[in-house]
Design a protein around this ligand. Sequence first.
Ligand code: XIL
Length: 378
Amino acid sequence: MATIIAWQPEFTALVVAAALFSVGCAYLADGPQTGATAQPPLKVLAAKRGLNIGVCVSPEALRNDPGYGKLLAEQFDIVTPENAMKFAHIQPERGTFTWDDADQIVDFAVQHGMKIRSHTALWHHAVPEWIADGAFARRQWEQIAKDQIAAIAQRYGDRLTYWDVVNEAIADDGQLRETIWLKTLGPDYLEKAYRWAHAAAPNVKLVYNDYGAEMKNAKSDAIYAMARDFLDRGVPLHAIGFQMHFIKSMPDPRKIAENLRRFAELGLELHVTELDIAIQKMSGTRAEQLEQQADLYRRVMEVCLSVKAVTVFQMWGLDDGHSWVPWFTKQPDAALLFDRDYQPKPAYHAVTRTLAEFQPDADADASQTCPVIADSVK
Ligand code: XIL
């Protein structure tokens, strides 16, 4: 004899629970193969915080290693070409433009719905020989700089969200750095570059990007003064990029927060553009170093979540196999969130947890939530 069971209200709850369970299982089945995670990817957690999260990208890796692109698209929603948009790469010979590498990155980003930060039109490194050794009249130098900016804008303008127009133009003492651009164009070259970029790509947010300006010091004071002056005079500038290469040392996060807040008060967006935290100077076993590193990543993320003007959080590389730190320091290192097998490190979990759980104080004062940095990074 068939038993008919009347539908009870509790059954609805059971059905809903079962449906949620199967959605969860489907996510786990399709989800990251990084071993990362049953949790949502970084980009999903970051989006809930009003942040884009990303890394700098190598076109060779995108071309040759499917695992690289997979992890990149799965976890991140903004990219910067590591080298592919620098002067020497785009115009190695005068009048000869090479776009393949930059195209590779832009096409990948567009296909995967990722934002793009262009980097960088005028910098003192990565200039081709014809620029380094060039002997031109002032008017020609202006045309060369303007043409480079216009060429990038013309090719990618509608697909870029941000653009580091000028990079590292201010020295540690707060004076303009002695660069080829200062020498050939004169001290108002930054202002000119931002005006040219804005005229050529009016929808792109323009960024000034530098290192060593994370805390208050002569360099960040000079950047602050320049930014305020630009805003007062209507020179187009929309964001400041803080590179945050913490290789030999790292400022107390309270001091980073204090510095970021004064820039935020100018109404600018703030970007962490090139974060990496080296472990080579840290004491302890490898496992202990990675735990210390994770803690420092947590603190940097806490600062960023405490200062609302921070809208971009980028590491300088996807994984330890694609990091410039060993090349730069001539020492092995492991400064990023994923190891060279694309497996998540303690730093990845720390960033994930912080994005999911951290509650800034109502006053958004990171100084109350970031203890003094350990002596581990000197
Ligand atoms: C570095 C790249 O990572 C290296 O591959 C390249 O050899 C040199 O430049 N600050 C910047 C970046 O703004 O463009 C630099 O990138 C790292 C320091």
